[in-house]
Design a protein around this ligand. Structure first.
Ligand code: GLU
Length: 543
């Protein structure tokens, strides 16, 4: 077979030689030990926790070793490509403050960083492989491939395009020329020389030593439109972008043997590989399972953004599942930037990292409890501007009021700060009752109409805005006694049946009238902030 002629027939437009690219993208000039890592998302419109989890690991290993972290957009699959998805990726990484040194949108010496713009590079190497008899065109249609698969299934043989089943593998040149003349679409396949009977031990930076069976599939390298598959693009790009550690999800372990064979065929040095585990959760039924796009909204990074989770707190949480010794370090070094933690791949879990939203929420609570009033306001303002701009004036029209609300809500006036705040939208929800525009009655009264009216009427009559907390509470106690409740908590606990309830129940009734909820911070303080007019209006509305 005249491979040189075949290569010319298939790629007449490719005139660059492989050496050209070796020179164009030389080895990086980096200090000893520096690692180059990349994140390589596909623009499918769905950007998930796994992407952020991987990106954090990439970023840490690269920057901790004084290396390079870059962003490559893997847009080879047009069917899955979604309009605006690249912008989503970029803005999400920006939100989580994941800073890359080169790549999509910011450029760099090793670009272009969008795979679709690299078609010529892939084709140059496909041409080289064809010239060397290591790759060939395959003109099989979908139907023919299905037929082959059916036959294999019937005969109980492994399915796929390989060995004797690979009908175009050794096709004569004349047959190829004929098809080309007819204009039949073709893909380029690698001519695998592997033997699946042979196993190798392979060292993965996370999983340790694993067994890899040799590949024998003639995997597709270039699709009919001349655009590469993941396998081929990965080998070419990670070689020419001079990646030193390919860190990616463990779903790629299944085709690692193809990648190893490809690097070998192309004569490229093998980078290190690190396969991260999938994120699992314990679901409502107590079973441990993979996080699913359909069932678990918390898998999407959009979830955290739209609820206004603080990006740094989410990162702290992810670090706890990325490196098993992080949590202990963080407890010993509270408030220290996570960059000071020594991150290492061999301290990553080897199987199923457990994602726990409750734990994430707790970390958020602790983190937000370290905020000053000004920090909290800035954080909330950003969120309101982005997601609820129409309510900006409601919340921040009067900053003095907001200061008081947050001081109370955050417990800034207490010896020990409150830890109730999880994310921006939950905070806004928790203070929404202060404003008529966002106030809703959420909880019911515990007593009947008559009883509620009796308590509220007495309260309205006796309320004086100038009372201090003590005087205010004396009046509530007095109402309790007059209505058949008791202000003596001890007596109430001993003989609850002797009373309609305790002073706490009376206070709760007033609280539900003013705040619309059974739980809130100190009611006297809330009424001080809301002012007499608005507070009494809420009660009168009930009456
Ligand atoms: N584009 C691939 C994905 O999103 C990236 C895999 C890799 O990092 O190599 O799954």
């Amino acid at each position: 077979m005249d491979y040189a002629r075949l290569a010319e027939l298939l790629f007449p437009h490719i005139d660059k030689k492989p050496e050209y690219y070796e020179q164009l993208f030389p080895k990086r000039n980096l200090p000893e030990g520096a690692e180059v890592l990349r994140m390589a998302p596909s623009p499918t419109g769905f950007i998930h926790l796994g992407n952020l989890y991987g990106a954090l690991a990439d970023e840490r290993v690269a920057h901790q070793s004084n290396g390079v972290f870059f962003l490559r957009i893997e847009d080879t699959d047009l069917k899955r490509k979604v309009e605006g998805a690249v912008e989503t990726i970029l803005s999400t990484f920006k939100y989580f403050n994941i800073n890359y040194d080169e790549g999509a949108e910011i450029g760099g010496e090793y670009g272009p960083y969008y795979q679709r713009q690299r078609a010529e590079i892939y084709q140059c190497f496909a041409k080289k492989l064809v010239q060397e008899g290591k790759a060939y065109p395959c003109f099989c249609s979908e139907e023919e491939l299905n037929e082959i698969r059916e036959k294999q299934t019937r005969l109980n043989e492994g399915t796929g395009y390989y060995g004797k089943w690979a009908i175009w593998r050794d096709a004569p040149l004349e047959k190829v020329e004929e098809k080309l003349k007819e204009g039949v679409p073709f893909v380029i396949r690698m001519k695998s020389m592997g033997n699946p009977e042979i196993k190798h031990t392979f060292h993965d930076e996370i999983k340790g030593d694993i067994v890899v069976v040799e590949n024998n599939m003639d995997a597709v390298l270039l699709k009919t439109d001349g655009i590469p598959t993941y396998h081929f693009a990965h080998a070419i790009d990670d070689h020419f972008m001079r990646t030193t550690i390919v860190l990616r999800g463990e779903e790629w372990l299944g085709t690692l043997n193809i990648h190893l064979e490809l690097f070998d065929m192309l004569g490229f040095d093998l980078p290190k590989f690190a396969h991260t585990t999938v994120l699992m959760k314990i679901d409502e039924t107590g079973t441990k399972r993979k996080l699913s796009k359909r069932k678990d909204p918390e898998l999407s990074l959009d979830y955290y953004r739209s609820l206004g989770y603080h990006p740094y707190a989410v990162k702290i949480y992810l670090m706890t599942i990325l490196n098993w010794n992080f949590e202990q370090w963080y407890l010993k070094n509270p408030g220290k930037p996570i960059e000071e933690f020594k991150f290492s791949l061999d301290k990553m879990g080897q199987s199923g990292a457990l994602f726990d939203l409750d734990k994430l929420n707790n970390i958020c609570k602790t983190y937000l409890a370290s905020f000053s009033l000004e920090e909290m306001k800035d954080y909330l303002k950003d969120f309101v501007r982005t997601y609820h701009n129409d309510l900006y004036d409601v919340y921040f029209g009067n900053e003095e009021t907001m200061d008081k609300i947050l001081t109370l809500g955050m417990g800034l006036n207490l010896k020990k700060r409150r830890k109730d705040y999880i994310n921006a939208s939950q905070i806004l929800e928790s203070i929404s009752f202060y404003f008529d525009e966002t106030f809703r009655r959420e909880d019911e009264f515990k007593y009947d109409r008559e009883q509620v009216d009796e308590i509220l009427n007495m309260f309205v009559e006796s309320y004086d805005y100038n009372d201090d907390n003590g005087a205010w509470f004396e009046k509530v106690k007095n109402i309790a006694e007059r209505c058949g409740f008791t202000s003596d908590m001890k007596a109430y606990k001993e003989n609850p049946d002797n009373y309609k309830g305790s002073v706490a129940d009376v206070a709760e009734t007033i609280r539900v009238a003013v705040v619309g909820r059974r739980n809130s911070p100190d009611l006297w303080s809330i009424m001080q902030i809301m002012g007499a007019e608005r507070s009494l209006a809420r009660i009168k509305e009930v009456l």
